[in-house]
Ligand binder design. Sequence first.
Ligand SMILES: [Zn+2]
Length: 369
Amino acid sequence: MLQRKNVKFVRDKKFRLRASVALVYKNKILNLFKTNVRESINIEINFDNIIELLLHFNGKKTVKEIAKEFEIELETLEKLVVFLNKKFVLIEEDYKYDDELIRNKYRIINFLEDYCYKTSEVFKKLQEVKNKRILIIGLGAVGTWIADMVARNGIEKFILVDDDKVELSNLHRQHLYFEDDIGKQKTECVKNRLLEINDNIEVITINKKIDEEFFNDFTFDCDLVVNCADYPSVDYTTKIVGKYCMKHNIPHIVGGGYNLHLTLIGQTIIPYKTACYECFNLRLQEINKPFVNGVKKLHRKTRKIGSFAPLSTIAASLSALDIFKILYGLEEYIVNSSKRIEFSILEKDFKIMKIDKNKKCKVCSYNGN
Ligand SMILES: [Zn+2]
């Protein structure tokens, strides 16, 4: 009975054919090709005007009006519409974006529509994201690019942490800094650049290095933490950030690392749902065990091999994609969780190692001891 009621309601709704869908009709088969995901849907339909009919779904006419215009049975059309809506071919137009929103955020809207069944869901996400706050720790080769990409995509509340001042040697790889910034606090420079992108942005700056004491001095009201601090090492800062975020149940991302020919894409951690920093540790210790036992290690004073902007931006880009999804409420679509991903310039390839949530992990497993 409930289903019947829903089907009845569909006739009064308006739908729009998504711009990314290409249509072909041949030998009674309708082929819908979703160009954005390279996915094909074939439906057997005995109706020669089907393409013209689908083009009438432009968000202005109700299903009932279209059925009447093409003189087809309303219930049959309703069933087709429900199916195509579920397959992300038609989107329900239950909210009309105003002209200003379309002008300013057309491409973000397009991206979000790929994950939504209704335009009202897209609008809600655009409103909700304005109250989401991101904490970025470390404004170097990865952190600056992330801050820029996130600011351009609708996020308006930032907390920026870094104790460094801009140096000449930063300019070849660290986005948002220029010669005039040399000697200035990095947090202030990034804050000014973000305000140039969007003057609605609110930024809190903290000129401190991250260490064991850091989270004793500050508590943060934020929805996501991104750790791009690599001093004294990414492992050290990740553990500190991971501990705090697991305790407060905050999604967090390791911004990634690089050493000229290799980019390590940082992992995205959703507390208690995906592998946590300690699950990664346990797995990597296991993998490295045969190489560690009985081996003398050459200790180097510094492991800083250097970074290269095209590689650090790969790490930043992939992290920004997950940041976008988490802050827009699309957590189920994140891509960098429970995986260790490396990109090698020399091999021109991504290597992906799956790292599952460890049942014995003391940090994230309820069964841990
Ligand atoms: Zn864990």
